[in-house]
Design a protein around this ligand. Sequence first.
Ligand code: ZN
Length: 431
Amino acid sequence: MPPARPNIILITLDTVRADATPLGGSNPMPFLSKLAKEGTTFENAYTTFDSTPPAHFSMMTGFYGGWGAAPLDAKETSVPYQLAQLGYRTFGIAANGNLSLKTNIYLNAFDQYSCLYDEYTALDGAAKDATLKKADALLDHYGAAKDDFNRVMVSTPWEKVLEKFDRQVKPGKRPFFAFLNVIDAHDPYLPDPRSYNPAKEERRWNHTGFDADLRNRKGIWDPELQDPSKIADAEHRELVTETLKKTWGRVWSTTFDLNADEIAIYRNRYLYEVRALDQFLAGVFKVLADRGVLDSTVVIITADHGESLGEDHLISHSFNNMGERESTLHVPLLVVFPRSFGYTPKTVKTPVTVAAIAPTIYDIVGVDWEGITKMTLPTNIGRSLIAELGDRRPVYRVTAVVPKAPRTTPDERERTSSEAEKRLRSLGYIH
Ligand SMILES: [Zn+2]
């Protein structure tokens, strides 16, 4: 008999496009390949937004749109809140600074929550020095700028998420809902030099003029890219201007100054960083096995968005959903059930979105989520994937309690949205 209240883990591999994994491509990740043989892979899974905060909002609420807006973005409309009604212990560990409690109302529903970015910025004294020393050694190795962005990105690796997860998992009467986010695949693409040797891994490509630091590379200061009105050729001027509209004006997110070899090197480093996340996934399952909860835990593995690596002259993500579709929006999605569920592993080709994740979790644990669907138009809510996963019909044991009136005060909402904007700016997405 499958457990009526299995533990649920939602893992988001930040910035991992589907074809960078064995779930949609050929990047070698042996552990993930093995998992795929035991679970259900959704080959055509798409995110709702090509940027972190609204994509995670969709996963954790089921709503396509509504991040930051009343009444949809509220603690009560989120998976952690609803699962707590069923007695679940809930905790989240996110590396991404855009997944802060200060910048997302719904995340405040978790019993316990860590944002590694916030913890990094709060460091001082010896702890800060030790972290900076390690970060700066890596940045120096690649000749990347020792700026705030690069430093925090290399100081919040998957190992820290796994360490915290390890401390949280314990067998007990209460099931848990865990949310884990790792950000290693995000730029800057600086693989661990202990396992990545550019002389060997990149011998096919010419390195002349290559700058490892994507955001601070010299090429972006080209006067014509800084001011496309100076471009003489009308067609090229139009192309650069239109591409810059997609990137909110970020020149570093375009590839006009890069040659094919430079793009290939960034791509190779990106793929290598994604590949390293196989160790993270293996680590999560080892913790579950060690604590004896493997047979009572459902694991969902996905990504919040992908990453363009030269497609449509774009590199990175967050293009207001106007970027190249496959690279930025097509994400991996794998659901692994304990054997006791008796589900047959399979591959599903039907297109689905990450907004299906919340309704699917509700159907797995038995939360009747009809009340949540009534908060919005039918076009704005994901559908449950329970039918694709197995033939078990949901047995509802609690009814979702949704707020009749917004419980978040206008002040709180205003503060959260201005914090979110500040964070997006400090992370370089908007000017
Ligand atoms: Zn992201």
